[in-house]
Design a protein around this ligand. Sequence first.
Ligand SMILES: [Zn+2]
Length: 258
Amino acid sequence: MKFSRRDIMLGVGALLGAPAFVRRAEASPFVEASFPQRGQIVSGMQATVTRIATSEPLVALTFDDGPHPSLTPQLLDILRAYEVSATFYVIGNRVAQLPQLAARIAAEGHEIGNHTWSHPSLFGHSDAALLDQVDRTSHAVINATGRMPVTLRPPYGNMHPRQRLMLHQARGIPTVLWSVDPEDWRRPGSTVVTNRILSMSHPGDVVLAHDIHGPTIRAMPGTIEGLRARGFRFVTVSELIGWPRWDRRRLRTVASAS
Ligand SMILES: [Zn+2]
């Protein structure tokens, strides 16, 4: 099943039978959360999620910048062995090159989020250019998996609050940042990555990592075992927020919602 850009604009969730709808934002600069959620979203505004305020021992592992042709499969093997679900913030042009790998991510129970088409800093982007980065990636993910990413992580975390509100209003997509950063991209070594994640993680946290670095992949068995030993359970971002499934939330534009 192929989806066109227009399908995305009109909300593929409708095709998937999703019951929820995204209310059009009013004049207030603070967008009401228009989706069910587990606990209070901890952020400066509702269009942004950094972590969830919950007493449940839940943590969401997120992996950015893939899919990577050799490292992502290694990570998937590890996650499968430990029966852990994670969230992958994929780069659209890599999904277009590796659609079968994206399909494997989804088929094995993980969530796929949007990490833009070409990984730019979005600070200087016009609204149209930003939405093009998002829509092209959504299109690639849908064509690979049949499912729509329901959250965005901006590269480098670079997105003005006004841009996050614009995206939420235009596409119903909240921006997901993170609350635990082991700085694995500096390649400090697997043991350091594991120790940082274990020492920093609390219930409701979103952990930032990258599945394009070998030491990060090798850090995962110890990280998973350590977090489990501390009582944590692993959930995807949608599960952490309280959405039953990542692909069942209807996405609409302001134009189609009005
Ligand atoms: Zn990135």
